[in-house]
Design a protein around this ligand. Structure first.
Ligand code: SF4
Length: 175
């Protein structure tokens, strides 16, 4: 039977390691790097390059969305002072998941999902609610069954850079 086409939004290379292993038997996976939340741009490029490295190791295609941090800043305007895990992060998920859903629909994917659920700091329930609102979302909780720890181990094996802050300048300042 032909596998369903799944667009996997990847927030960074390390978070995508274990999900690729988990999902590739059942789905035909394409990675999607859409992360205009990341600042500064040098950090964005570093995370993109690690995601590309992972795509090469795992032999899966990777597509990149145009980086537009100014547009993302306008999207979350007024929520800059929110703590990590608050309303700014919900808007941030909406931004990246909305772009991913649009790409999935326009490019004939059956489903899309995101590696954002790998993080123990991010609510999978909130991510599911947003994903299901914006498009054909596959609600899979990638932090389950030690998903985060397995990702850390695989990242070491693959020699991937692991960042120490979520992504935006506000999370960098909070750290
Ligand atoms: S802390 Fe992370 S999830 Fe929250 S707004 Fe910043 S980049 Fe997005």
């Amino acid at each position: 039977m032909e596998k369903k086409k799944l667009l996997l939004h990847v927030c960074c290379g390390p978070c995508a390691t274990h999900p690729i292993k988990m999902l590739r038997d059942e789905y035909d996976i394409t990675l999607f790097f859409a992360n205009s939340n990341i600042s500064p741009e040098a950090e964005y490029k570093k995370r993109l390059s690690e995601a590309e490295k992972l795509a090469t190791i795992c032999e899966v295609p990777l597509k990149e969305e145009t980086y537009n941090h100014n547009e993302w800043l306008l999207w979350i305007a007024g929520l800059e002072k929110e703590p990590e895990g608050g309303e700014r992060c919900k808007k941030c998920f909406e931004y990246n998941l909305g772009i991913s859903a649009k790409y999935a629909v326009n490019n004939n994917f059956d489903l899309f999902t995101t590696t954002l659920t790998v993080s123990p700091h991010k609510s999978s329930k909130i991510i599911f609610e947003i994903g299901e609102k914006v498009g054909p979302f596959l609600a899979v909780d990638l932090k389950k069954k030690n998903g985060y720890r397995k990702g850390v181990e695989l990242s070491k094996i693959y020699g991937l850079y692991r960042q120490n802050y979520c992504g935006c300048e506000f999370s960098l300042a909070e750290k």
